[in-house]
Design a protein around this ligand. Structure first.
Ligand code: BTN
Length: 283
């Protein structure tokens, strides 16, 4: 890989031919679409994949309406991040979205470690779908399932992945700056080819782990950022605004978060969010 100082954000371009060839060599029939700028790649992938026989991968250099979970925005400036969505018809009989999200998190963590950290286990997974490095969120994943209104079964799964590859010029705006991280700091050189390598590696790992559910779960558990920590739970249930402090005991077989409450009760959370105030002791 050649290197250049990070002075502009356009020195690590997306090369769709390289990505298509890599996917072809890996025996993965995927339609690849690149957009210099778009609203949301999740939306693009959903529309393009409807009626397609093969999965559709949409990659964008910039998103104007990048979507996060729970209606939040995902900051998606040009050139510094990787914004990609893969839409798959009936992905393995529509693996439950929470499972798909978790498998995608494992795939991304592995891909980042292979592409950036010479394969050493560096990326952690914050339940259920965020990737953390050095206590900072470097990637978010939004999986959406669209079932057919005809039989409520056939449909599409769209897995959208946003990775902060380079530190944005001037840093992240507002609140995001408090918790967002990136793979390559501004002081380091641009790694030309890194974003292409990441796309390829993420897709290969994703298809690999979709066929290896037990390995995926084991990898998820070993990379769990929260296990052993005390965290606050936000259930998002109206009228249930109090955030309870729980100790995270682990991850169950369905990627639920096993939590011990202050009264000693143990419950498995299957939805909601936890905030990290990460600590190994009670706050
Ligand atoms: C989150 O952190 O809440 C999830 C963020 C997911 C962002 C990715 S970027 C590519 C794809 N397109 C979107 O609009 N969202 C996802």
């Amino acid at each position: 890989m050649s290197t250049d100082r990070v002075s502009t954000v356009y020195k690590d371009p997306i090369d769709t031919e390289y990505i298509k060839e890599g996917l072809h060599k890996a025996g993965l029939p995927v339609c690849v679409v690149y957009k210099e700028e778009t609203g949301s790649t999740n939306e693009d992938a959903r529309l393009l994949a409807t009626g397609s026989d093969i999965p559709v991968l949409v990659i964008a250099n910039k998103q104007n309406k990048g979507r996060g979970r729970r209606g939040r925005d995902f900051y998606s400036p040009a050139g510094t991040g990787l914004y990609m969505s893969i839409a798959m018809g009936n992905a393995k009989e529509l693996i439950k979205t929470v499972k798909m999200t978790a498998i995608a998190a494992v795939a991304v963590a592995k891909a980042i470690d292979n592409a950036v950290f010479s394969g050493t286990d560096t990326s952690l997974i914050k339940w259920v779908n965020d990737i953390y490095i050095d206590e900072r969120k470097v990637c978010g994943i939004l999986s959406e399932a669209f079932l057919s209104p005809e039989n409520g079964k056939d449909g599409l799964v769209v897995v959208g992945i946003g990775i902060n590859v380079y530190e944005p010029d001037g840093g992240f705006p507002g609140d995001i700056n408090m918790k967002a991280g990136y793979l390559i700091p501004a002081g380091q050189r641009v790694r030309k080819g890194l974003r292409n390598a990441l796309v390829l590696e993420v897709i290969k790992q994703l298809f690999g782990y979709m066929d290896l559910p037990e390995e995926s779960l084991a990898e998820y558990r070993s990379r769990s950022y929260l296990t052993g920590s005390y965290v606050k739970v936000n259930s998002f249930v109206p009228g249930d605004e109090d955030k309870e402090c729980v100790k995270v005991l682990g991850i169950d077989d369905e990627y639920g978060l096993i939590a011990e409450y202050e009264n000693g009760q143990i419950k498995t959370l299957t939805s909601g969010e936890v905030s990290v105030g990460k600590s190994t002791t009670k706050s």
